[in-house]
Design a protein around this ligand. Structure first.
Ligand code: 3PG
Ligand code: MG
Length: 400
C-alpha cells in the first residue's frame, strides 16, 4: 500500500516536524571535514518544503560509528554537518543541545518558531539509539507533532530507535508519520527498476567482497539479462576458475562465496578479459595482463579490452544498474576503468541507476552524476532494497 508523503501531513503551519535524515556523510579522518555532502543535499527539497509549509524542523541523524570514547568521537558531533546544512538552506541551524535528549533540548525545541531549524546531537552518542530503546524513543517523539523519514541510506537499519521506535512512539501518541521526498523518489525509482524495467537490463558490479554482496548478486541474476563483474571481486572469480592472479590477495572465504555463481560465468555473467596490475612493492609500476598475472603484481583495474567490452554491452542495454567500482578509482592511475564505465553509462540512452556508497562518490568525482537517471543515497540500503528486504522503518510509516 502507498505510504503517506509530506503532502499528506495536512496543514503544517506552526507544527514541529521531527525528521530523520541520513547525514552520515564521509568525513576526512584527520580533520573531520565533510568529503562529500550529497546526502545532506539529498534532504534539502524535503526540508525546504516543510519550512515553506510553515513548519519548524527538528533534524536528527547518526554520523559515523561512535566508539563511546568522547576523545575519539569528537569529530563525530553534528557541528560540521549543521554548518553545511545552514549553508545549503541559507538560514541558521542550531544544535538543540549537547546530548540527544534532555532538558536543554526540550527547552530549545519549545522555543522554536515557524521556519526555525534545529538539529539533535548525533543520535548514536546515546547507546539507546542502536538498542531501539522505547524510553529514549518516547523522549525524542515528544519533541515533534509529526515524523518524516527522509533517511533512505539508513532505512535498512531495523534496530535503530530514530528509524523504528521513534515513529512507533509517535503513532502511540496519535501523531502522523510520512516519508520525505528523497525516500519517496528512491522507492519509486528502485521499485520501478525491479518490477517494470526497460529491457534488456544490464548490471555492472564491482567492489571488494563477493561475500558481502552474495544475496544482492542472486537477486540481480533473477532480474537482469546480463551481469558484468569487475573490481576486486573479479579476481576472486578468476582465481576460482584457475587463473593465476599473481599477488592479488583473495581470501579463502571469498573463493567459497563465489563458487555457486561460477555456473553463470560465460552465460549470464561476464568477467574481465584483461586487467591492469601494479607491482605490490611499487604501485607506480604497472602492466596489463590478459590472463595470468605475474607474481609480484596485483590487479588494480580492468584493462582496455575489458572496458571496450563493457562499454559495448552498456550501449546495447535499455537499463543499467551499477554497484561497486571496477578498480581502485581513488588512485588516479587506476581509475580509468571506473571512469570509463561511468562515461559509457552517462553517454548511453539507457535508464541508468547507480547504487550509493563509493560508486556514487566515483560517479560524482568524475562529474557524471547529473548525467545518470538516478544516483542512490543508499549504500547498504540500496543493496538490501534491491534484494527485496522489507524494512521495519518503512513499515512504521502510515499508509495513505
Ligand atoms: C550507511 O552509510 O550505510 C548508513 O548511513 C548507515 O550507517 P551504518 O552502516 O553505520 O549503519
Ligand atoms: Mg552501512
Amino acid at each position: 500500500m502507498a505510504k503517506k508523503t509530506i503532502a499528506d501531513l495536512g496543514d503544517l503551519t506552526g507544527k514541529r516536524v521531527l525528521i530523520r535524515v541520513d547525514f552520515n556523510a564521509p568525513l576526512d579522518k584527520m580533520s573531520g571535514e565533510i568529503k562529500n555532502d550529497r546526502r545532506i543535499r539529498g534532504a534539502i527539497p524535503t526540508l525546504k518544503a516543510l519550512l515553506t509549509a510553515g513548519a519548524s524542523v527538528i533534524c536528527m541523524s547518526h554520523l559515523g560509528r561512535p566508539s563511546g570514547d568522547p576523545a575519539k568521537d569528537k569529530l563525530l558531533t553534528m557541528d560540521k554537518v549543521l554548518e553545511r546544512l545552514a549553508d545549503l538552506l541559507d538560514r541558521p541551524v542550531t544544535k538543540a543541545g549537547s546530548t540527544v535528549v534532555g532538558p536543554d533540548v526540550t527547552a530549545a525545541v519549545a522555543a522554536m518558531k515557524p521556519g526555525d531549524v534545529v538539529m539533535l546531537e548525533n543520535v548514536r552518542f546515546d547507546p539507546r539509539e542502536q538498542k531501539n530503546d522505547p524510553a529514549f524513543a518516547a523522549a525524542i517523539a515528544a519533541l515533534g507533532d509529526a515524523y518524516v523519514n527522509d533517511a533512505f541510506g539508513t532505512c535498512h537499519n531495523d534496530g535503530d530507535a530514530s528509524m523504528v521506535a521513534v515513529p512507533a512512539a509517535l503513532k502511540a501518541a496519535g501523531k502522523p508519520r510520512a516519508v520525505g521526498l528523497l525516500v519517496e523518489k528512491e522507492l519509486v525509482i528502485i521499485d520501478g527498476l525491479m518490477t517494470t524495467p526497460k529491457e534488456p537490463v544490464l548490471a555492472v558490479m564491482g567492489g571488494a567482497k563477493v561475500s558481502d554482496k552474495i544475496a544482492f548478486i542472486h537477486a540481480l541474476l533473477k532480474k537482469v539479462d546480463h551481469l558484468l563483474i569487475g573490481g576486486k571481486m573479479a579476481y576472486t572469480f578468476r582465481k576460482a576458475l584457475g587463473v593465476d592472479v599473481g599477488s592479488t590477495r583473495v581470501a579463502d572465504e571469498e573463493l567459497a562465496a563465489a563458487q555457486p555463481l561460477l555456473e553463470y560465468v560465460g552465460t549470464k555473467i561476464t568477467l574481465p578479459v584483461d586487467c591492469l596490475a601494479a607491482k605490490s612493492d611499487n604501485l607506480a609500476t604497472t602492466q596489463f595482463f590478459d590472463r595470468d598475472i605475474d607474481a609480484g603484481f596485483e590487479g588494480v583495474d580492468i584493462g582496455p579490452k575489458t572496458l571496450a567490452l563493457f562499454a559495448e554491452k552498456i550501449k546495447a542495454a535499455a537499463t543499467v544498474i551499477w554497484n561497486g567500482p571496477v578498480g581502485w578509482f581513488e588512485k588516479p592511475l587506476f581509475s580509468k576503468g571506473t571512469q570509463g564505465v561511468a562515461e559509457a553509462m552517462a553517454g548511453s540512452g539507457a535508464v541508468t541507476v547507480v547504487g550509493g556508497g563509493e560508486t556514487a562518490e566515483a560517479v560524482e568525482q568524475f562529474g557524471y552524476d547529473t548525467k545518470m537517471t538516478h544516483v542512490s543515497t543508499g549504500g547498504g540500503a540500496f543493496l538490501a532494497y534491491v534484494e527485496g528486504k522489507k524494512f521495519q522503518s518503512l513499515a512504521q510509516i502510515d499508509d495513505k
